[in-house]
Design a protein around this ligand. Sequence first.
Ligand SMILES: NC(=O)c1ccc[n+]([C@@H]2O[C@H](COP(=O)([O-])OP(=O)(O)OC[C@H]3O[C@@H](n4cnc5c(N)ncnc54)[C@H](OP(=O)(O)O)[C@@H]3O)[C@@H](O)[C@H]2O)c1
Length: 334
Amino acid sequence: MRAYYLNGTNGIDSVQQCERPDPTPGRGQVLIRMHAVSLNYRDLMVAQGQYGAPAGGGIIPLSDGAGEVIAVGTDVTRFVVGDRVSPTFMTKWIGGAMSAPVMSSALGGDIDGVLAELVVCDEHAAVRLPNHLSYEQAACLPCAALTAWSALHGPRPVAAGDVVLTLGTGGVSVFAVQFAHAAGARIIATSSSDKKLEALRGVGASDLINYSQHPEWEHEVLRLTNGRGVDHVVETVGGGTLPQSITATAVSGHVHLIGVLSGGQLDPLSLMTRKTLRGIMVGSTEEFEAMNRVIDLHRIEPIIDRVYAFDEAPKAYEHLASSSHVGKIVVRID
Ligand SMILES: NC(=O)c1ccc[n+]([C@@H]2O[C@H](COP(=O)([O-])OP(=O)(O)OC[C@H]3O[C@@H](n4cnc5c(N)ncnc54)[C@H](OP(=O)(O)O)[C@@H]3O)[C@@H](O)[C@H]2O)c1
């Protein structure tokens, strides 16, 4: 089969095409013909050897994709040939609370990923696609969408009338806007660009802040909420914006920490007013299936910035690195 692998850890230059033996499904496994994959910011970090990738590279990159089951191993009960599926990001996290052992099972980081014509995975590490989505749309879900879902549907799920703050217009943030909108929340969104903000208005954000024009955007958030602050922050940037996000959070509100785009320092006192800072790590098979039911119910469609051909995969990485996109960048396999 055709695939890409990481030849070293020199960033995008390491993303190189190769031939690999066709995999065959063992007991309890399914063989998937991939039709589309999508990129996440994390994939740039993996290519630079910064994010859980084996030293020296060598793995097939990318975690997110969608395809069709073309063979099943013995004892498979969840799928039959012809089913449209996605492999899950954390292949050993089936359900329940996250635990340390499942953390080292991430596609395109710890183990071979999905930028390949064929992928084999355990049947419990795959989910059915929502019927209304194309393969390209469904390829956007496993990491970006599930991360946004886990943030907003954890122990304190977003409720109708809550106020949700999202940062930037990348893959995770756009899904967060869509899920918050589906839950009946008011959404305040930030971005570096007015044009990108308009795209968020189209999927449900009602209050838009350009953080280049308002570097102290937390005060804009407080102004827009009459000083109260928001119930949930989907924190996709990280340490650099965390103090501002906490300031923008209501008393007893929740900050869902997702991003590693920038580092910084935290004043513990800023959390004392019963604010919760909660770390997010994508999600389980069980959570993925719950999310897909809601995507199905509300006919939510991922926002795709651009689709590249298989041979253009390194260009897709460059596009992601430019941060000029809104939503997701996809590579078609067939
Ligand atoms: N913990 C987890 O489970 C998990 C899962 C997925 C992703 N992540 C992390 O979440 C982050 C986002 O991932 P992604 O794939 O959605 O990224 P992405 O598609 O590359 O989006 C990045 C966007 O963030 C915005 N941004 C950058 N710096 C910003 C700043 N200082 N303030 C506000 N917005 C800023 C920019 O949008 P604008 O130009 O519109 O401002 C940029 O386009 C990454 O750090 C990634 O590693 C974590």
